[in-house]
Ligand binder design. Structure first.
Ligand SMILES: Nc1ncnc2c1ncn2[C@@H]1O[C@H](COP(=O)(O)OP(=O)(O)O)[C@@H](O)[C@H]1O
Ligand SMILES: [Mg+2]
Length: 313
């Protein structure tokens, strides 16, 4: 069984997508893990980053290839799809001339937003309230069902979530064992974190009672908090600079020191230099610029990956 992790924060631009890709890359290259990435954001940033924009456009629009939308379309049409038709293998870029053999991806689609509204509107009438609750659970289980079908093939499934709590995102939570929160150590990013925990507690509670009411056989598995990963940290003299350090310390005081990854990722232009050519920073020597900065960020990222591997079990 893979460990399924949702990467979430209601704030955009904090590094959810970048960290999702780098965790996958690092778990594969440093720990020989098999990873499935699922891009749930209609902005498709993870998809573009992982396979490159032109390849994405070719696959999705020119060749009419499958994406996450195909999975939801099948749900609406009550038809069955084979996971291997929607999972792209050997497409996630590792180096200038190489792809990851152990990282697969389900690409996103810009129409996912429309699909979400359709999902919200859909109401199937059942014989009784219990059956209708089962239908509601089915609506939340679209992604979980696909993951269950390929559970022998992966050690981790990482879900890059959009910054909202709509039904597609709730599908991610419903499928996940953990949620991990990437955050920038600034005021606005961190005030939101306790909000996220509150929401997740509420979801767990709601899903658990729906599950019990529907009379399903096995138990509902809660989505546990996996920790906060600080990103874009500014350093001074070998540690986070004062302002960032204060926020990281006060977040730890508020949520408990165990709530925070000890390792973090620094701010630097290596990350954007790598993103520009659709590579992870681990491929720093293949970058046309900012190789040194990318190497530095790759070192920080490696430590985060190793800590993730130890914590998220
Ligand atoms: N550690 C970092 N240092 C510098 N830039 C970063 C770092 N992490 C992410 N970025 C950049 O910040 C922007 C937002 O990151 P992204 O991962 O897309 O965030 P989100 O998914 O939360 O919206 C991107 O342009 C990305 O390249
Ligand atoms: Mg994103």
């Amino acid at each position: 069984m893979p460990i399924v992790v949702s990467m979430i924060n209601w704030k955009g631009g904090v590094g959810k997508t970048s960290l999702t890709l780098h965790l996958a890359a690092g778990l594969a290259s440093r720990h020989s893990k098999r990873v499935l990435l699922i891009d749930l954001d209609a902005q498709c940033n993870l998809s573009f980053l992982a396979v490159g924009l032109s390849r994405y456009v070719n696959h999705t629009y020119k060749s009419n290839g499958s994406t996450l939308k195909t999975i939801f379309d099948a749900y609406f049409e009550r038809s069955k799809i084979k996971p291997k038709d929607v999972i792209l293998s050997k497409n996630v870029r590792a180096r200038a001339d190489r792809v990851f053999t152990q990282v697969d991806i389900v690409l996103s689609h810009q129409e996912l937003t429309l699909l979400d509204m359709k999902l919200a509107r859909e109401k199937r009438s059942g014989r009784d309230h219990r059956e209708e609750t089962r239908f509601e659970i089915e609506k939340l289980s679209v992604i979980k069902n696909i993951i269950d079908e390929v559970s022998d093939n992966y050690d981790y499934v990482l879900l890059d979530c959009p910054p909202n709590v709509n039904l597609v995102t709730q599908n991610a939570f419903f499928a996940s064992d953990y949620y991990v929160v990437p955050a920038i150590p600034d005021f606005l990013s961190t005030v939101g974190i306790s909000q996220i925990a509150k929401y997740m507690d509420q979801f767990n509670q709601d899903y658990r009672s729906m599950w019990a009411y529907a009379g399903l056989s096995d138990n509902y598995v809660e989505t546990k908090f996996g920790g906060i990963i600080f990103n874009m940290v500014d350093e001074y003299g070998g540690g986070p600079k004062d302002g960032h350090n204060q926020i990281m310390t006060s977040t730890a005081a508020q949520l408990g020191s165990g709530a925070i990854f000890k390792n973090y990722v620094t701010d630097g232009d290596g990350m954007s230099a790598a993103a520009q050519v659709n590579l992870p920073v681990f491929a720093f020597s293949d970058l046309p610029r900012s190789q040194q900065n990318a190497e530095k960020q790759a070192n920080y990222m490696s430590r985060v990956v190793d800590e993730f591997h130890k914590r998220i079990i």
